[in-house]
Design a protein around this ligand. Structure first.
Ligand code: FES
Length: 160
């Protein structure tokens, strides 16, 4: 599960320092920051820029370019639901329809109070266990409507 700690400058600096001298450090650092805090806080941008000796605009550009980076804390749980070929062949679109009709949750359209945000991805490398998803970073395979309902319920409970 993604640790959703409150943003902390000292921790952010430590995370950045771990990889700042690695070639191509921007993406690994940003991923580590998102893993630690659940999103990339605005206050992290100048820290990353300073550490990598790039402009704040460049650091922000990297964050903005990749849709995987979140600019604000997610509400509830986050599910990355695969909708690529193998998962399609094994019912992911039926799961999408179930989410919409039973829970009013549509992929890629966060709904306040839903407790679960669903983001479309295309192949998680877990095709053998299609339909597959990541829930707060944890792989879930052979997803079905009952498991989906349980994930939604858990998300609603954790959001309260
Ligand atoms: S197609 Fe869904 S995990 Fe590969």
């Amino acid at each position: 599960m993604t640790a959703a700690a409150a943003f902390d400058v000292t921790l952010a600096r430590a995370i950045i320092a771990r990889k700042q001298s690695t070639p191509g450090a921007a993406l690994p650092i940003l991923h580590d920051l998102q893993h630690a805090f659940g999103y990339i806080d605005d206050a992290a941008i100048p820290l990353v820029a300073d550490a990598l000796n790039i402009s704040k605009a460049e650091a922000l550009g990297v964050v903005s370019f990749y849709p995987d980076f979140r600019r604000a804390p997610a509400e509830g749980r986050v599910m990355k639901l695969c909708r690529a070929e193998s998962c399609q062949a094994n019912g992911c679109e039926e799961l999408v329809a179930h989410l919409e009709t039973k829970h009013g949750i549509a992929p890629d359209r966060p709904k306040p109070g839903a407790g679960l945000q669903v983001e479309t991805v295309y192949c998680l490398g877990n095709c053998a266990l299609s339909p597959a998803a990541l829930v707060d970073g944890e792989p879930v395979g052979r997803l079905d409507a009952a498991r989906l309902d349980a994930i939604v319920s858990a998300g609603q409970a954790s959001a309260q």
